[in-house]
Design a protein around this ligand. Structure first.
Ligand SMILES: *Cc1c(COP(=O)(O)O)cnc(C)c1O
Length: 402
């Protein structure tokens, strides 16, 4: 007893300093403090934004929105893209357009940014949490199947939750930190249960699975261009789809449902004012040109982290699942179970040394407004939360030595 009580703190201190040393080495001489994720702009972005300022086309009309939509659609390889003010509104509109109605349930992972569940709530629906898998950090198809077998039943051709009596309408898988979910298994499962697949691709622009881009797997998908995402428009989002009619409706609903006319103001339903302003789209046009360069730099940084952590025991860098090429939006350090109690000490130590690491999002079923929502057992989500941290992941950290 006495020996282990003495060995404990020494082992822990040694563990903490070996992690700090490795992160310091990976980030080399990058100026401290090192932020979690920062955008970077160049002359091109300045030129495009100044064009909006100089011409006065800063708001809801102007040529950059369409141009930006075309550029992203072509980068992802999807027929239609509709730009909106942020990723949350993109999700909200997508849920409404997919036919999610007040009182429906929508399956989401518990390990995701709160916006995924908030958008479901904004649509008047109820988030229903299902566990994640360590294979991808995203929704676990096996857990989803087992759970649906237990709680769901088919009535009049629709799927219902037997415990709540509510209709289960859609599933919103998230490619967490850029790592694609298990696409074929999820697609097969959603087809089996006849559930709509809406892809939360807000973190995975530039990620692929077997060469096909994230954002092309669901009936619709959403992107975010928030300041900390892979490319940014300041604030912005996008709805992607291959369905012509859905795309037309998406554009209509997100632009106040106004009927196109030279001067008349006619609206034919309660629409949303979600259109991305031209000045934000202009910034996006400059950013999307750099997407391949950003993804390459972020993958190089991930490789660097993996190299320095190869010789560290007690923790590892999360690696993309087989078949996937991740954009590594945020690098994740996974602590071994025996060190899960050290997470907060590690975060304090990193912050004290100018490294702005952070824990995972608090699993959504543990937040007060979502604690009563329907859910499957969530042991993996809780395990992930206790022993994962995100490390600084700005693309320029891979090369620059300032
Ligand atoms: C960023 C993000 C969103 C929302 O995007 P905003 O543009 O910030 O509204 C939604 N889901 C996930 C998983 C995200 O990371």
């Amino acid at each position: 007893m006495a020996i282990s009580a003495q060995a404990g703190p020494a082992v822990e201190a040694c563990f903490l300093s070996s992690i700090l040393e490795a992160v310091d080495l990976a980030l080399s001489s990058a100026k401290r403090p090192v932020a979690l994720h920062e955008p970077r702009f160049g002359a091109r972005e300045r030129e495009l934004v100044m064009d909006c300022v100089d011409t006065g086309w800063v708001s809801s009309a102007g040529r950059y929105v369409t141009l930006f939509e075309e550029m992203v659609a072509s980068a992802v390889g999807v027929p239609h893209a509709v730009a909106v003010v942020n990723g949350t509104t993109a999700l909200h509109a997508a849920l409404v357009l997919e036919g999610v109605r007040p009182g429906d349930e929508v399956i989401v992972p518990s390990i995701t940014f709160v916006a995924t569940a908030n958008a479901v709530s904004h649509a008047g629906a109820v988030p229903h949490f299902v566990d994640s898998t360590w294979m991808t950090m995203g929704l676990d198809p096996v857990a989803l199947d087992e759970h649906l077998q237990q709680v769901s039943e088919r009535r009049d051709g629709q799927l219902f939750n037997r415990q709540t009596g509510r209709r289960i309408r859609a599933v919103v898988p998230v490619h967490v930190f850029g790592h694609p979910v298990d696409v074929p298994q999820l697609q097969a499962l959603l087809a089996k249960y006849d559930l709509i697949f809406i892809e939360d691709a807000t973190e995975s622009l530039g990620s692929t699975w077997k060469g096909q881009a994230c954002g092309t797997f669901g009936h619709s998908a959403v992107l975010s261009f928030n300041g900390n995402k892979i490319i940014t428009t300041g604030g912005g989002g996008m709805i992607l789809t291959a369905d012509d009619q859905y795309a037309r409706r998406a554009r209509h609903l997100t632009t106040t449902a106004k009927i196109a006319h030279q001067w008349a103001f006619e609206h034919d339903e309660v629409g949303y004012n979600y259109r991305l302003p031209n000045i934000n789209a202009a910034l996006g046009c400059g950013q999307v040109e750099r997407l391949p360069e950003m993804v390459a730099a972020k993958r190089a940084l991930a490789t660097r982290y993996m190299q320095v952590f190869e010789n560290v025991s007690g923790a590892r860098i999360f690696r993309e699942p087989g078949g996937a090429a991740s954009n590594y939006w945020l690098n994740t350090l996974v602590l071994d179970r025996e060190f899960s109690d050290e997470r907060d000490a590690l975060l304090s130590m990193l912050h004290a040394n100018g490294i702005q690491a952070r824990p995972l999002w608090t699993p959504l079923h543990l937040l007060p407004m979502y604690s009563d929502c329907p859910r499957a057992p969530l042991p993996v989500a809780e395990d992930m939360f206790t022993r994962c941290i995100n490390l600084p992941s700005s693309p320029f950290l891979s090369g620059e030595r300032n």
